[in-house]
Design a protein around this ligand. Sequence first.
Ligand SMILES: Nc1ncnc2c1ncn2[C@@H]1O[C@H](COP(=O)(O)OP(=O)(O)O)[C@@H](O)[C@H]1O
Ligand SMILES: [Mg+2]
Length: 262
Amino acid sequence: MNTQQTPIIEMKNIEKHFGRVIALAGVSVEIHPGECHCLLGDNGAGKSTFIKTMSGVHKPTQGEIFFEGKPMHFENPRDAIEAGIATVHQHLAMIPLMSVSRNFFMGNEPERRFGPMKLFDHDYANQVTMEEMRKMGINLRGPDQAVGTLSGGERQTVAIARAVHFGAKVLILDEPTSALGVRQTANVLATIDKVRKQGVSVVFITHNVRHALAVGDRFTVLNRGKTLGTAVRGEITPEELQDMMAGGQEMVALEGSLGGTV
Ligand SMILES: Nc1ncnc2c1ncn2[C@@H]1O[C@H](COP(=O)(O)OP(=O)(O)O)[C@@H](O)[C@H]1O
Ligand SMILES: [Mg+2]
């Protein structure tokens, strides 16, 4: 991570209103090349709304978005994807009975990639899929293995590897670990670490401080549509981060009444 470089994405004073609900009340965040930027906050804090404005799903009510230093106006998610901003959702768009290889290439217009015959080149697709999955530490039985036979963490890894292979510069992950067990979570965190080391910026949404601390370079905490600031790895303790996330004093009082650490 290099914070001296131009941020790949700069979100400036972003406001988002849904009727009378103010989901975001002036949030500014910079995403730097090759960093894992964790976005933390309790349910309803505005995390999903924030990344949806970053990825062209929502237009901000107010505020500016800069991509690689230039002002950007995403009309729709397609615009953001073309710029290199990919989102992997918790509930993945995958077809369980289809092969990993088919899922890997699904939606990535084979005719643009497989020449004038517009054929889906299975051998090429299989080879790429096996190789990309191997790089992520997953040895498939074969490219025909059905996605449904993979674990939840492995499926997240397929989705992440797919986004990176097809050119993502920024990978947005909305709560990728929240439905997973310990071991699967560790796999997904290892995948995040790998893609970050390849120079991809990762925006990792989680409400789990331990998951954030395992891979994050910087941490932004949202609370009721506002940012409580961005902290740098090594300059904040797990307790401080937990406290920021929980709204500070409220959490201390609650912990006291429960007689331990929540
Ligand atoms: N499409 C929408 N219409 C109305 N209110 C919304 C919409 N999306 C989000 N909100 C509201 O905005 C606030 C932030 O929600 P969200 O961004 O989903 O939070 P988080 O992802 O941190 O849990 C919540 O009060 C939520 O109810
Ligand atoms: Mg959310």
